[in-house]
Design a protein around this ligand. Structure first.
Ligand code: FE2
Ligand code: FE2
Length: 482
């Protein structure tokens, strides 16, 4: 009997799914592996493939000790296939199959829909590695450099997780999809990644932190919904991915928090009270708060678009089919079938915004996006506490849902961050106050000078309060030259 708590290291791929007894899938993964390494060398962290990085590697799914930390060269990282333990007697928690035993094999009638969900999720994982590949050369410290690489190798592992499911449960189609996951490229004209936010550039470290706060949080919401899946291997896969995902959002939240801290401290030291005195603040070599707000506006709205159309038959179908649930599905007190329920959806009505009740099944994207916005709001509240403690008078805000949108109800209109309808000229005239201008981008870029001395931090960002794995801030998190 295979013990799900112990990882099998006797094959090239660490796993707790009994790969050595599953010759067909092992062979498929071993054939995919060289292409993956080629992709990692081409599209992974530029300039640091030989560096020794103090990384955590998932070695088990035991909540009390699933990771070990050590110096690793990234191309030698042990990317593995780890699923949370199978729950005895688990049933499909929602949809038309509610209460039936959870599926251990793909339900034939829902095969195409399930494959599509896996591919879309899988595509985001390598995309973010590609988007972040140039950042290593401008890291504000070795600590941050290490965190970037930790996120990168784990996104690589998440790709492995989806590829495993495709290869194990989808035969030849699955192998083809797995190959294509290595062929698309973030930002490419002819073979782009599947979702918009994953084709945008991540030009600087503030963008990276915003991305891991906002876009990895979209990932969290998607994984939470897929963790509810009646297809048990997907549920178990996503539950374990969420363990790692928490660190990605930690990197984003503390990264932005440390930039805020540093800016406010520098303003106080210089006796600058007005947060909008951008010129004076920039002269201190820190990022002014209005520019941080613009970056927030940008990354939040790109991430909102990832939830798709507010009203969607696809979302209804994958819920009905028992494949993708709601955030916290099992904790919601209703019939988990939603056939007679409604959900309020914000729409453009007569030159204003109003809520319209839609069938709850069709409005599942809207609901997940609302859950997401709430979660984001809490994080923004924690950032505002950092600012408030310094005495600086400034509050970050999430912009209105209709602001700067490219997908869904608000794609065709323009709105200000506080939710006023705008015509094209008004939008153009004010855009640069709300979203990073090329000048803002140039200024931030001018701050992005690498700090690679152990224990030193770039001027624009504060030191972290705690290190990684109980290590201090002046630990050598990356040995750039062996
Ligand atoms: Fe991921
Ligand atoms: Fe992530």
């Amino acid at each position: 009997m295979h013990d799900a708590m112990n990882v099998d290291y006797d094959t090239i791929i660490p796993n707790n799914v009994g790969l050595s007894d599953d010759r067909r899938v092992l062979k498929a993964l071993e054939q995919w592996h060289p292409g993956y390494i080629d992709w990692w060398m081409d599209m992974g962290p530029e300039g640091f493939q030989e560096a020794l990085v103090y990384l955590r590697t998932a070695v088990s799914v035991d909540p009390k000790g699933w990771a070990k930390f050590d110096y690793v060269k990234m191309p030698e990282y042990r990317w593995g296939v780890l699923l949370a333990p199978q729950e005895e007697g688990r049933v499909v928690p929602f949809g038309e199959h509610k209460g039936e035993p959870a599926w251990q094999e793909v339900p034939g009638e829902h095969r195409a829909m399930l494959r599509r969900l896996l591919v879309i999720q899988g595509d985001t994982e390598p995309a973010s590695v590609e988007q972040q590949r140039h950042l290593g050369t401008t890291a504000p410290s070795l600590y941050d450099l290490r965190n970037l690489f930790q996120v990168n190798v784990e996104e690589g592992r998440h790709l492995w997780a989806m590829v495993y499911l495709l290869q194990k449960y989808f035969g030849r189609d699955g192998r083809e999809e797995a190959a294509e996951l290595l062929q698309r490229r973030s930002g490419s004209d002819d073979k782009p990644r599947m979702l918009g936010a994953f084709n945008e550039a991540t030009p600087d470290w503030l963008s990276f932190f915003m991305f891991t706060f906002f876009t990895d949080r979209d990932g969290k919401m998607q994984l939470e919904s897929l963790a509810q899946s009646g297809f048990d291997p997907l549920s178990r896969t996503c539950r374990f991915m969420l363990t790692e995902e928490a660190h990605h959002m930690f990197v984003g939240e503390t990264g932005v928090g440390r930039a805020l801290q540093r800016t406010c401290d520098a303003m106080n030291e210089a006796g600058i009270e007005d947060p909008n005195d951008v010129e004076a603040i920039r002269a201190l070599g820190v990022i002014d708060l209005p520019t941080i707000q613009k970056k927030l506006n940008m990354h939040y709205t790109l991430s909102l678009d990832l939830f798709g159309s507010e009203v969607s038959t696809n979302a209804a179908n994958s819920f009905n089919a028992g494949l993708k649930g709601r955030f916290g599905e099992t904790k919601i007190d209703d019939d988990h079938q939603l056939t007679n329920d409604t959900y309020p959806v914000l729409k453009c009505i007569n030159g204003g915004f109003d809520y319209v009740d839609e069938p709850a099944l069709s409005a599942l994207n809207m609901r997940l996006r609302d859950d997401y916005s709430n979660d984001c709001g809490k994080g923004v509240g924690r950032w505002n506490k950092i600012i408030a403690k310094t005495g600086v008078d400034f509050e970050l805000k999430l912009p209105h849902q209709a602001f700067h949108r490219a997908i869904g109800e608000f794609a065709q209109i323009e709105a200000s961050p506080d939710g006023k309808f705008l015509d094209a000229a008004e939008w153009e005239a004010q855009r640069d106050q709300w979203l990073p201008s090329s000048e803002d981008g140039d200024y931030i870029a001018s701050l992005m000078k690498p700090e690679s001395e152990t224990g030193k931090y770039a001027n624009w960002i504060a030191e972290p309060k705690i290190g990684i794995d109980g290590k201090p801030g002046d630990f050598e998190y990356v040995r750039i030259h062996e």
